[in-house]
Design a protein around this ligand. Structure first.
Ligand code: IFG
Length: 482
């Protein structure tokens, strides 16, 4: 069993011997996303038919759903022997996660987007695995710069091999509103017209959004939409000035934050949010709706409290659980099940309000900026990224423990935000994601202790997989050198 699996599984027992898949290899599996995904992946690179097994089949890859309940929703057992592969889950989602491990046990050529010749070998052995955290997320900011459906699908393709299961889309900000809302056409006709540095802007129609949700769901990624309020709202207010106390709110193309706030004391603001949250919730099969709440630097504490008191209930009204950035901890009352996303650097004191909210049952998603913010530069001289949280190297984004920052808190998981102030193309996204993303996947999935030399070794092996996949823009980090 080759040792370059990321995230590191719970238990790997290598055995001598190698299985080689061939043209007559059969694939037998229950209908579902796991089988569809694995068959498509294997066929695409090998050109093999991978038809269901027959009594004459000599090598069989079998997916089974009779795994014990102890595997949970995402656990799996993988056994490779001379007669084939048996991948067992308790759910199809568990089979899907196990399929990513099977994928990584195959040579890098399995990532090829077109058939190639290769020795399709699998080392004998077993893997028993299940995730440490339930929330293993990535966030894409489509507001500062817009990324269309195909770019979002490509972003999803980058995170699936590393067992992420949440796709948080930051859909609105000062520079752009990126999702069409019925009844509020100017949000996109006007509010989506530009971006950081100027046009082009762009937006998702509700059909586009459904297409993203469907693509994500087929890969067991839950989409978490974010409508960021009361700050980060200049595009909405430029589109509908009645939502603002500014004289004539204009579209904004800079990179400052904290200057915008919705009209806190106006009923129209909450009618607007009720409508928006209702439509976003209806488009979202996932259980969560993120209302932002960050950097309301132009809003007094009492106005922020008033705003949250009137806004938080609207999310529950539309059947969703609230996710919000950590500042929402200061709301007078937090709804049950609220997930607060911790984003300030680990060097800062944890605010008293956050300790209080945690004490009252708030759950934490850990995204400390100096560890998990993939929009931060790799190093001072890096071409892309911001540096307000300092540079975030490959080792720094890997070597941390989500439990260490807020003792006693219920940490539901980890999420890696990718803000797009300085990012304009899918290659820009690839550059910031790789090679840091796999380390965050390891932090989110694996209970194994951090081991940088071993992780660096695994990453060196993974660059060949990215090459085979045709990913050209990943950062060639000197940190990976032996
Ligand atoms: N902070 C802002 C983001 C973005 C980020 C860039 C949060 C929660 C800095 N808010 O992170 O809008 O500008 O690193």
């Amino acid at each position: 069993m080759e040792p370059n699996l990321i995230p590191v599984p719970r238990a790997v027992v290598p055995r001598p011997g190698v299985l080689t898949l061939g043209r007559d290899t059969a694939l037998t599996a229950p209908d579902g996303h796991a089988a569809a995904f694995l068959r498509a992946l294997l066929r695409r690179a090998t050109g093999f038919p991978l038809a269901p097994a027959t009594p004459a089949s000599t090598t069989v890859v079998e997916l089974r759903l009779d795994g014990p309940a102890s595997l949970g929703r995402e656990g799996y057992l993988l056994d490779v022997t001379e007669s084939g592969v048996v991948l067992t889950g308790h759910t199809d989602e568990g089979l899907f996660r196990g399929a990513q491990t099977l994928r990584q046990l195959l040579p890098p050529e399995i990532e090829s987007p077109a058939p190639v010749e290769a020795a399709w070998t699998l080392p004998h052995g077993t893997v028993e695995d299940a995730p440490r955290y339930a929330w293993r997320g990535v966030m894409l900011d489509v507001a500062r710069h817009f990324f269309d459906v195909s770019a979002v699908k490509r972003f999803i393709d980058r995170v699936v091999p590393y067992k992420f299961n949440v796709l948080h889309l930051h859909l609105s900000d000062d520079q752009g509103w990126r999702l069409a809302i019925d009844g509020y056409p100017r949000l996109t006709s006007h509010g989506a017209a530009t971006a950081v540095g100027g046009p082009p802007g762009g937006f998702f129609t509700q059909e586009d959004f459904k297409e993203i949700v469907e693509y994500a769901a087929a890969r067991y990624l839950t989409v978490v939409p974010e409508i960021d309020v009361p700050g980060h709202t200049q595009a909405a207010m430029a589109s509908y000035p009645h939502l603002s106390t500014q004289e004539a709110p204009e579209l904004y193309e800079g990179v400052e934050v904290g200057f915008s706030e919705l009209a806190i004391h106006r009923d129209a603001t909450y009618a607007f949010l009720d409508e928006v949250f209702g439509q976003v919730a209806a488009l979202t099969p996932g259980a969560y709706l993120h209302l932002g709440g960050d950097e309301a630097l132009s809003t007094t504490a009492e106005d922020y409290a008033t705003f949250m008191s009137r806004t938080l209930p609207l999310v529950g009204k539309h059947g969703k659980t609230v996710v919000a950035w950590q500042e929402a901890a200061s709301a007078p009352e937090l709804p049950p099940g609220v997930h607060l996303q911790y984003w300030r650097p680990t060097t800062e004191e944890v605010p008293e309000a956050l300790h209080k909210a945690v004490g009252e049952g708030a759950k934490l998603i850990m995204s400390p900026a100096d560890r998990a913010y993939l929009d931060q530069k790799y190093s001072e001289d890096a071409p892309l990224g911001l540096v307000w949280a300092g540079t975030v190297g490959v080792r720094q984004s890997y070597e941390w423990d989500p439990e260490a920052l807020v003792p006693g808190a219920e940490v539901v998981g980890v999420e890696a935000p990718l803000w797009s102030e300085t990012l304009r193309t899918p290659d820009d996204l690839d550059h910031m994601l790789l090679p840091r993303l796999p380390g965050l996947a390891d932090v989110a999935w694996s209970a194994a202790p951090r081991d940088w030399p071993a992780h660096a070794r695994r990453l060196r092996a993974h660059t060949a997989r990215w090459d085979a996949a045709g990913i050209t823009a990943y950062h060639r980090s000197p940190e990976l050198a032996e």
